[in-house]
Design a protein around this ligand. Structure first.
Ligand code: SF4
Length: 384
């Protein structure tokens, strides 16, 4: 079986760009008609739905996406929250506030602080928790994650990680400790841009990162989250790669449920400004395109987006939302408690959250639109 790395290396970005330019509104209409009558699109059809021509047909696309979401997921939105463990990082990603060269206040939360934050979130009904850290195994080791997961799994039926990429044996340890989900975004699938925005550090290894979802699936993770960091490359081209990555994993690792996130770059320490900004309208098109292409996939929207847009997107394809998020380790604790670094300064976040409403306010907005918030969608029914 070919790895996805071998497959993607044969897809030329210029070829995708040429195909995107050639798409006509007639082709978009024909594909929408086919999807509306139960047709199943092929992975390459993403080029049609992510094209500028499809941008002219956003209304019918949104209507079709709404219908599919309603049929497959009902009127529900799953809720989760991230918990940042550490903002130390050995990488120098140009777009990230945790870049090793940024002079920010750094800290790693200890066991007691992690548990205190987790309980605080749990008291707000959060049952799906995403543990996040920069790439610094000396600060956030597999042992620490394993122990943390063992302590948290009683409180959280679903525990996921968004950390540095690992080999299968380490992923297996975390899976056995109670972590069932892995989120690892390629950031950009374009190898040239990837090298430019990751000038140093272990993350420079494009192939190792690209293989992480496959290794995570091989280790048994029930949920695998993919995504491109929107703003690093032309979103239409990224959509093509991302779609093929999702389709590859669905075909070869069908036991794992694939979800797709749509993180747009946000202001952060370092002041990186996106080369390829994505407008609200383009973001909506991308989300609708993925819903039409992947009717059963979870589509995730974080607090990087403004409250108004997030509310607007309920029903159009998004099935999972974070709420009340803090992006600094210890960020949920009162400053008087302990979100301070070794010098007693407040630790800094990865990026500025845009939707800063508390969890309950987000839940109320969802309910006001006639949707139910789902805090917990499954129980781990078997021992690992
Ligand atoms: S994106 Fe991740 S790996 Fe890169 S600097 Fe930020 S935390 Fe580190």
């Amino acid at each position: 079986m070919k790895s996805f790395y071998e497959i993607i290396s044969t897809i030329e970005p210029d070829r995708i760009k040429a195909k995107l330019r050639e798409v006509t509104t007639k082709q978009v209409r024909a594909l929408l008609d086919s999807i509306n009558s139960g047709g199943i699109p092929q992975a390459d059809d993403i080029t049609i739905l992510a094209s500028p021509a499809a941008g002219e047909l956003l209304e019918p696309m949104a209507q079709a996406a709404k219908n599919i979401t309603l049929r497959r997921f009902g009127k529900t939105i799953q809720m989760y929250a991230p918990l940042y463990i550490s903002n130390y990082c050995s990488n120098s990603c140009r777009y990230c506030g945790f870049n090793i060269h940024n002079k920010i206040n750094r800290r790693t939360s200890g066991r007691e602080e992690i548990l205190a934050e987790a309980r605080l979130l749990n008291n707000q009904h959060i049952s799906q928790l995403l543990l996040v850290s920069g790439e610094c195994p000396s600060e956030v080791s597999i042992d620490l994650l394993e122990n943390t997961a063992s302590e948290l799994k009683g409180l959280f039926p679903s525990l996921s990680i968004e950390i540095y990429p690992l080999d299968v044996p380490d992923y297996s340890r975390l899976y056995k400790a109670g972590i069932d989900g892995l989120a690892i975004y390629q950031e950009t699938y374009d190898q040239k841009i990837y090298s430019m925005v990751h000038p140093a550090g272990p993350k420079r290894d494009y192939g190792y990162r690209l293989g992480a979802p496959e290794r995570g699936a091989a280790a048994g993770f029930r949920q695998i989250g993919l995504g491109s960091l929107l703003g690093l490359n032309d979103w239409r081209v990224e959509s093509h790669y991302l779609m093929h990555h999702a389709a590859y994993l669905m075909k070869h690792h069908w036991k794992s449920q694939i979800s797709v996130s749509f993180p747009r770059l946000r202001p952060a320490a370092g002041g990186y400004s996106p080369e390829f900004p994505v407008s609200d309208q383009e973001l909506v098109q991308m989300i609708c395109a993925f819903r039409l292409m992947l009717p059963d996939a979870g589509l995730v929207l974080s607090t990087r987006e403004p409250a108004k847009l997030r509310d607007h997107l309920i029903g159009l394809g998004i099935t999972r939302m974070s709420a009340g998020s803090k992006t600094a380790p210890g960020g949920y604790l009162d400053k008087l408690d302990s979100n301070l670094d070794k010098q007693g300064r407040t630790a800094e976040g990865q990026f500025n959250v845009c939707d800063d409403r508390p969890v309950e306010a987000v839940a109320q907005s969802i309910r006001a639109k006639g949707y139910d918030t789902v805090w917990k969608d499954w129980d781990n029914g078997f021992e690992r």
